[in-house]
Design a protein around this ligand. Structure first.
Ligand SMILES: NC(=O)c1ccc[n+]([C@@H]2O[C@H](COP(=O)([O-])OP(=O)(O)OC[C@H]3O[C@@H](n4cnc5c(N)ncnc54)[C@H](O)[C@@H]3O)[C@@H](O)[C@H]2O)c1
Length: 253
Protein backbone atom coordinates (compact mmCIF):
# COMPACT_ATOMS: atom_id res chain seq x y z
CA UNK A 1 0.00 0.00 0.00
CA UNK A 2 1.51 3.28 -1.11
CA UNK A 3 -0.67 5.86 0.64
CA UNK A 4 -1.09 4.40 4.10
CA UNK A 5 -2.57 6.94 6.51
CA UNK A 6 -2.63 9.84 4.05
CA UNK A 7 -5.78 11.96 4.23
CA UNK A 8 -7.04 12.63 0.71
CA UNK A 9 -9.91 14.87 -0.39
CA UNK A 10 -11.15 13.93 -3.85
CA UNK A 11 -13.69 16.31 -5.35
CA UNK A 12 -16.22 15.04 -7.87
CA UNK A 13 -15.72 11.51 -6.54
CA UNK A 14 -19.39 10.59 -6.78
CA UNK A 15 -18.95 9.09 -10.24
CA UNK A 16 -16.61 8.62 -13.18
CA UNK A 17 -12.89 9.27 -12.87
CA UNK A 18 -13.18 10.79 -9.38
CA UNK A 19 -14.89 7.63 -8.17
CA UNK A 20 -12.04 5.54 -9.64
CA UNK A 21 -9.51 7.74 -7.83
CA UNK A 22 -11.41 7.31 -4.57
CA UNK A 23 -11.62 3.51 -4.92
CA UNK A 24 -7.92 3.17 -5.76
CA UNK A 25 -6.80 5.54 -2.99
CA UNK A 26 -8.81 3.53 -0.47
CA UNK A 27 -7.10 0.30 -1.58
CA UNK A 28 -3.74 2.05 -1.21
CA UNK A 29 -4.50 2.75 2.46
CA UNK A 30 -5.50 6.43 2.22
CA UNK A 31 -8.22 7.90 4.40
CA UNK A 32 -10.47 9.15 1.62
CA UNK A 33 -12.95 12.01 1.69
CA UNK A 34 -15.43 11.73 -1.19
CA UNK A 35 -16.48 15.33 -1.84
CA UNK A 36 -19.24 15.95 -4.35
CA UNK A 37 -22.20 18.23 -4.96
CA UNK A 38 -24.25 15.10 -5.67
CA UNK A 39 -24.94 13.81 -2.17
CA UNK A 40 -26.76 10.69 -3.28
CA UNK A 41 -24.00 9.33 -5.52
CA UNK A 42 -21.17 10.54 -3.30
CA UNK A 43 -22.61 8.86 -0.23
CA UNK A 44 -22.96 5.54 -2.08
CA UNK A 45 -19.32 5.56 -3.20
CA UNK A 46 -18.11 6.55 0.26
CA UNK A 47 -20.13 3.81 1.96
CA UNK A 48 -18.88 1.23 -0.51
CA UNK A 49 -15.19 1.92 0.14
CA UNK A 50 -15.31 2.83 3.82
CA UNK A 51 -14.65 6.50 3.14
CA UNK A 52 -16.20 9.70 4.46
CA UNK A 53 -18.65 11.69 2.35
CA UNK A 54 -18.82 15.47 2.46
CA UNK A 55 -21.21 17.43 0.29
CA UNK A 56 -19.48 20.37 -1.36
CA UNK A 57 -20.19 22.76 -4.17
CA UNK A 58 -16.62 23.64 -5.11
CA UNK A 59 -17.85 26.94 -6.54
CA UNK A 60 -18.95 28.04 -3.07
CA UNK A 61 -16.35 29.75 -0.87
CA UNK A 62 -18.31 28.82 2.21
CA UNK A 63 -18.58 25.14 1.23
CA UNK A 64 -14.87 24.79 0.46
CA UNK A 65 -13.83 26.31 3.80
CA UNK A 66 -16.38 24.21 5.68
CA UNK A 67 -15.11 21.06 3.95
CA UNK A 68 -11.47 21.71 4.82
CA UNK A 69 -12.42 22.46 8.43
CA UNK A 70 -14.54 19.30 8.70
CA UNK A 71 -11.71 17.12 7.36
CA UNK A 72 -9.18 18.62 9.78
CA UNK A 73 -11.61 18.26 12.69
CA UNK A 74 -12.04 14.59 11.85
CA UNK A 75 -8.55 13.51 10.77
CA UNK A 76 -6.28 16.27 12.10
CA UNK A 77 -4.63 16.90 8.72
CA UNK A 78 -4.98 17.05 4.91
CA UNK A 79 -2.25 15.42 2.81
CA UNK A 80 -3.76 15.22 -0.66
CA UNK A 81 -6.29 17.24 -2.62
CA UNK A 82 -7.50 16.05 -6.01
CA UNK A 83 -9.37 18.82 -7.80
CA UNK A 84 -11.35 16.54 -10.08
CA UNK A 85 -14.83 18.10 -9.92
CA UNK A 86 -15.90 19.85 -13.09
CA UNK A 87 -18.88 20.57 -15.24
CA UNK A 88 -18.38 17.85 -17.81
CA UNK A 89 -21.42 15.58 -17.72
CA UNK A 90 -24.11 17.27 -19.80
CA UNK A 91 -21.90 20.22 -20.78
CA UNK A 92 -23.47 22.32 -23.53
CA UNK A 93 -20.82 22.74 -26.22
CA UNK A 94 -23.13 24.92 -28.29
CA UNK A 95 -23.65 27.52 -25.56
CA UNK A 96 -21.08 30.27 -26.01
CA UNK A 97 -22.83 32.91 -23.93
CA UNK A 98 -20.91 34.99 -21.43
CA UNK A 99 -23.12 33.70 -18.61
CA UNK A 100 -22.34 30.08 -19.46
CA UNK A 101 -18.61 30.78 -19.83
CA UNK A 102 -18.66 32.22 -16.31
CA UNK A 103 -20.60 29.25 -14.99
CA UNK A 104 -18.03 26.79 -16.37
CA UNK A 105 -15.20 28.91 -14.96
CA UNK A 106 -16.92 29.06 -11.56
CA UNK A 107 -16.73 25.29 -11.16
CA UNK A 108 -13.85 24.08 -13.35
CA UNK A 109 -11.34 26.79 -12.51
CA UNK A 110 -12.43 28.90 -9.53
CA UNK A 111 -13.66 25.75 -7.79
CA UNK A 112 -10.16 24.29 -7.91
CA UNK A 113 -8.64 27.56 -6.72
CA UNK A 114 -11.13 27.85 -3.86
CA UNK A 115 -10.35 24.28 -2.78
CA UNK A 116 -6.61 25.02 -2.90
CA UNK A 117 -7.12 28.15 -0.82
CA UNK A 118 -9.19 26.26 1.73
CA UNK A 119 -6.69 23.43 2.24
CA UNK A 120 -3.49 25.50 1.95
CA UNK A 121 -3.12 26.57 5.60
CA UNK A 122 -3.78 23.02 6.79
CA UNK A 123 -1.25 21.48 4.40
CA UNK A 124 1.31 24.14 5.33
CA UNK A 125 0.77 23.62 9.07
CA UNK A 126 0.99 19.86 8.56
CA UNK A 127 4.38 20.15 6.85
CA UNK A 128 3.29 19.74 3.24
CA UNK A 129 0.97 17.99 0.85
CA UNK A 130 0.17 17.10 -2.73
CA UNK A 131 -2.40 18.87 -4.90
CA UNK A 132 -3.45 17.17 -8.12
CA UNK A 133 -5.50 19.21 -10.58
CA UNK A 134 -7.57 17.37 -13.16
CA UNK A 135 -6.75 18.99 -16.47
CA UNK A 136 -7.58 17.54 -19.88
CA UNK A 137 -6.11 16.96 -23.30
CA UNK A 138 -8.73 19.54 -24.30
CA UNK A 139 -6.36 22.20 -22.93
CA UNK A 140 -4.07 21.51 -25.88
CA UNK A 141 -6.18 20.57 -28.85
CA UNK A 142 -7.47 23.25 -31.16
CA UNK A 143 -11.25 23.06 -31.23
CA UNK A 144 -13.03 23.85 -34.48
CA UNK A 145 -16.26 25.75 -33.82
CA UNK A 146 -18.44 27.10 -36.59
CA UNK A 147 -18.87 30.87 -36.37
CA UNK A 148 -22.36 32.12 -37.08
CA UNK A 149 -22.85 35.83 -37.63
CA UNK A 150 -21.01 37.94 -35.10
CA UNK A 151 -20.95 35.31 -32.35
CA UNK A 152 -17.48 34.37 -31.16
CA UNK A 153 -17.10 30.92 -29.52
CA UNK A 154 -16.08 30.95 -25.85
CA UNK A 155 -14.01 27.70 -25.87
CA UNK A 156 -15.28 27.37 -22.29
CA UNK A 157 -14.20 23.85 -21.33
CA UNK A 158 -10.78 23.95 -23.03
CA UNK A 159 -9.95 27.37 -21.62
CA UNK A 160 -10.78 26.38 -18.04
CA UNK A 161 -8.44 23.40 -18.36
CA UNK A 162 -5.67 25.56 -19.86
CA UNK A 163 -6.18 27.98 -16.95
CA UNK A 164 -5.85 25.08 -14.52
CA UNK A 165 -2.51 24.18 -16.11
CA UNK A 166 -1.31 27.75 -15.62
CA UNK A 167 -2.52 27.76 -12.01
CA UNK A 168 -0.62 24.50 -11.47
CA UNK A 169 2.63 26.17 -12.52
CA UNK A 170 2.16 29.41 -10.59
CA UNK A 171 0.92 27.75 -7.43
CA UNK A 172 3.69 25.13 -7.44
CA UNK A 173 6.22 27.95 -7.64
CA UNK A 174 4.92 29.68 -4.57
CA UNK A 175 3.98 26.85 -2.18
CA UNK A 176 6.99 24.58 -2.70
CA UNK A 177 8.72 26.22 0.25
CA UNK A 178 6.02 24.78 2.50
CA UNK A 179 6.53 21.25 1.18
CA UNK A 180 3.37 21.46 -0.92
CA UNK A 181 3.54 20.04 -4.43
CA UNK A 182 1.08 20.99 -7.16
CA UNK A 183 0.74 18.91 -10.31
CA UNK A 184 -1.92 18.13 -12.88
CA UNK A 185 -3.05 15.10 -14.84
CA UNK A 186 -4.32 15.69 -18.37
CA UNK A 187 -6.38 12.64 -19.35
CA UNK A 188 -7.22 11.70 -22.89
CA UNK A 189 -10.73 10.52 -23.79
CA UNK A 190 -11.88 8.34 -20.91
CA UNK A 191 -14.91 6.08 -20.91
CA UNK A 192 -17.22 7.53 -18.28
CA UNK A 193 -20.95 8.19 -18.45
CA UNK A 194 -20.15 11.81 -19.25
CA UNK A 195 -18.12 10.85 -22.32
CA UNK A 196 -20.56 8.22 -23.51
CA UNK A 197 -23.38 10.72 -23.31
CA UNK A 198 -21.50 13.79 -24.60
CA UNK A 199 -19.01 12.65 -27.23
CA UNK A 200 -20.55 11.26 -30.45
CA UNK A 201 -19.22 7.82 -31.38
CA UNK A 202 -17.77 8.94 -34.72
CA UNK A 203 -15.79 11.73 -33.02
CA UNK A 204 -14.46 9.27 -30.45
CA UNK A 205 -13.35 6.95 -33.25
CA UNK A 206 -11.58 9.77 -35.07
CA UNK A 207 -9.70 10.73 -31.89
CA UNK A 208 -8.74 7.13 -31.12
CA UNK A 209 -7.65 6.21 -34.63
CA UNK A 210 -5.96 9.42 -35.77
CA UNK A 211 -4.90 11.37 -32.68
CA UNK A 212 -3.64 8.72 -30.26
CA UNK A 213 -0.48 6.61 -30.46
CA UNK A 214 -2.25 3.84 -28.55
CA UNK A 215 -5.53 3.31 -30.37
CA UNK A 216 -8.04 2.99 -27.58
CA UNK A 217 -9.95 5.19 -25.16
CA UNK A 218 -8.88 5.15 -21.52
CA UNK A 219 -10.73 3.46 -18.70
CA UNK A 220 -10.88 5.52 -15.50
CA UNK A 221 -8.57 2.91 -13.92
CA UNK A 222 -5.87 3.82 -16.46
CA UNK A 223 -5.52 7.17 -14.64
CA UNK A 224 -5.41 6.08 -11.03
CA UNK A 225 -1.78 4.89 -10.92
CA UNK A 226 -0.50 8.32 -11.93
CA UNK A 227 -2.60 9.97 -9.20
CA UNK A 228 -1.30 7.49 -6.60
CA UNK A 229 2.26 8.20 -7.69
CA UNK A 230 1.79 12.00 -7.57
CA UNK A 231 0.21 11.71 -4.12
CA UNK A 232 2.96 9.43 -2.83
CA UNK A 233 6.41 10.18 -1.49
CA UNK A 234 7.88 8.60 -4.66
CA UNK A 235 7.03 11.91 -6.36
CA UNK A 236 8.47 14.11 -3.62
CA UNK A 237 10.58 16.11 -6.09
CA UNK A 238 7.88 16.37 -8.76
CA UNK A 239 5.98 19.64 -8.82
CA UNK A 240 4.59 22.14 -11.31
CA UNK A 241 4.07 19.43 -13.92
CA UNK A 242 1.10 18.69 -16.15
CA UNK A 243 1.26 14.99 -16.98
CA UNK A 244 -0.70 13.79 -19.99
CA UNK A 245 -2.12 10.29 -19.49
CA UNK A 246 -3.70 9.88 -22.88
CA UNK A 247 -2.20 7.08 -24.93
CA UNK A 248 0.10 9.51 -26.69
CA UNK A 249 -2.43 12.09 -27.84
CA UNK A 250 -0.49 15.08 -26.53
CA UNK A 251 3.29 14.75 -26.45
CA UNK A 252 4.91 17.50 -24.40
CA UNK A 253 8.65 18.02 -24.15
N1 LIG B 1 -14.02 11.65 -19.17
C1 LIG B 1 -13.10 12.17 -19.96
O1 LIG B 1 -12.92 11.78 -21.13
C2 LIG B 1 -12.19 13.26 -19.42
C3 LIG B 1 -11.05 13.60 -20.17
C4 LIG B 1 -10.21 14.60 -19.67
C5 LIG B 1 -10.50 15.23 -18.48
N2 LIG B 1 -11.63 14.88 -17.78
C6 LIG B 1 -11.88 15.55 -16.51
O2 LIG B 1 -11.92 14.55 -15.49
C7 LIG B 1 -12.84 14.94 -14.46
C8 LIG B 1 -13.90 13.88 -14.27
O3 LIG B 1 -14.48 13.53 -15.51
P1 LIG B 1 -15.73 12.54 -15.57
O4 LIG B 1 -15.84 12.05 -16.98
O5 LIG B 1 -15.65 11.58 -14.45
O6 LIG B 1 -16.90 13.62 -15.32
P2 LIG B 1 -18.33 13.54 -14.61
O7 LIG B 1 -19.08 14.70 -15.10
O8 LIG B 1 -18.89 12.16 -14.79
O9 LIG B 1 -17.99 13.70 -13.06
C9 LIG B 1 -17.80 14.95 -12.47
C10 LIG B 1 -18.15 14.86 -11.00
O10 LIG B 1 -18.00 16.18 -10.46
C11 LIG B 1 -19.13 16.49 -9.67
N3 LIG B 1 -19.35 17.95 -9.69
C12 LIG B 1 -19.78 18.72 -10.70
N4 LIG B 1 -19.90 19.99 -10.32
C13 LIG B 1 -19.51 20.04 -9.02
C14 LIG B 1 -19.41 21.08 -8.04
N5 LIG B 1 -19.78 22.34 -8.34
N6 LIG B 1 -18.97 20.78 -6.81
C15 LIG B 1 -18.62 19.50 -6.49
N7 LIG B 1 -18.72 18.46 -7.34
C16 LIG B 1 -19.16 18.74 -8.60
C17 LIG B 1 -20.29 15.75 -10.33
O11 LIG B 1 -21.38 15.58 -9.44
C18 LIG B 1 -19.60 14.44 -10.73
O12 LIG B 1 -19.65 13.51 -9.67
C19 LIG B 1 -13.37 16.30 -14.89
O13 LIG B 1 -12.57 17.31 -14.34
C20 LIG B 1 -13.20 16.28 -16.40
O14 LIG B 1 -13.13 17.58 -16.93
C21 LIG B 1 -12.47 13.92 -18.24
Amino acid sequence: MRLTGKVAIITGAGQGIGEAYARRFATEGARVVVADVNAEKGAIVARDIGAVFERVDVASEEDTRRLARAVVDRFGRIDVLINNAAIFFGIDNQNHSYAYLRKIFDVNYFGAWLMCRAVFPHMRDGGGGSVINQSSGAAYVHPEYPIEGDDLPSFHYSVTKAALNAMTHYMAGCVGKYGIRVNAIAPGPTLTEATRQGVPEHIMELIINFQMAIHRALDPDDLTGTAVWLASDDAKMVTGQVIPVDGGMIMLG
